[in-house]
Write a protein that binds this ligand. Structure first.
Ligand SMILES: *Cc1c(COP(=O)(O)O)cnc(C)c1O
Length: 245
């Protein structure tokens, strides 16, 4: 079957995706890591389903959305099985049931109460297994979601009692610095927290156990140098987001 002529927009998206992919590979090699150990999550929040379809056509397999409501329509349009869907925004308790139906991975687990709720919802929704990451707030930013490093052990302990939830790793949304290099110490601290949990057997066995979800458009290369296994890149793939009025 002849391939449909790609639109110019698809070509731009394709070129951007390819460039991000090349940079991921280069950063991994620079750090002596295997490029395959880094997964690119295309952060598609605020962009229309059509852009996501183009990204799928260009090879994107993982998408990050930050709002359950917005993701619901887009996932329906693009197809629940067309990609792996990651929730990367704060999860409100009243949206948790829909999140359990919609997402493959939830990056923003930050309380024992949410652990208990998600486990119960998985049972009710007959969801066999749900991968979760604990969002850690390493800067003590009161305005941001995320558990403090001190709260992480109690969340890990709560997850140990769950049958459906599987702790896949840790997620970091660090403070924004104009100078990306300044975020490196936060990436290091998340990795050392992960290493401690890994040594304590929090993740089970396997090379990808204990994922590090860190790094965005302006700092994903630094994040990869510091061990990121899931990078969440929006602007560098889809272009600037129009601010929501
Ligand atoms: C929007 C967002 C991203 C992507 O940000 P870019 O700077 O556009 O790459 C990554 N992670 C989270 C949690 C986000 O909300």
């Amino acid at each position: 079957m002849p391939e449909a002529t790609p639109s110019t927009e698809t070509e731009t998206l394709r070129a951007r995706l390819a460039r991000v992919g090349e940079r991921i590979d280069a950063s991994a090699r620079r750090a002596g890591r295997t490029p395959e150990d880094v997964t690119l999550i295309a952060v598609s929040k605020t962009h229309a389903a059509e852009a996501l379809r183009q990204a799928v056509a260009a090879g994107a397999r993982d998408f990050g959305e930050n709002r359950v409501q917005e993701a619901e329509g887009k996932i329906a349009e693009v197809g629940r099985d067309a990609a792996r869907w990651h929730l990367i925004g704060h999860l409100q308790t009243n949206k948790a049931r829909r999140a359990v139906r919609l997402f493959d991975v939830i990056h923003t687990l930050d309380s024992v109460a949410l652990v208990e709720r998600l486990e119960r919802l998985c049972i009710e929704e007959e969801r066999e297994r749900l991968e979760v990451l604990i969002q850690v707030d390493l800067a003590g930013e009161a305005t941001k979601a995320g558990a403090s490093a001190e709260q992480v052990p109690e969340i890990v302990a709560a997850l140990k009692t769950c049958e459906r939830l599987r702790l896949a790793g840790l997620m970091l949304l660090p403070p924004f610095f104009e100078e990306a290099e300044r975020v490196r110490p936060f990436f290091r601290r998340l990795r050392s927290l992960r290493d401690g949990l890994r040594a304590a057997g929090a993740f089970g066995a396997g090379s990808r156990e204990g994922e590090l979800s860190m790094g965005m458009s302006h700092d994903y290369e630094i994040a990869i140098e510091e061990g990121a296994t899931l990078v969440r890149v929006g602007t560098a793939i889809f272009g600037a987001r129009t601010p929501v009025a």
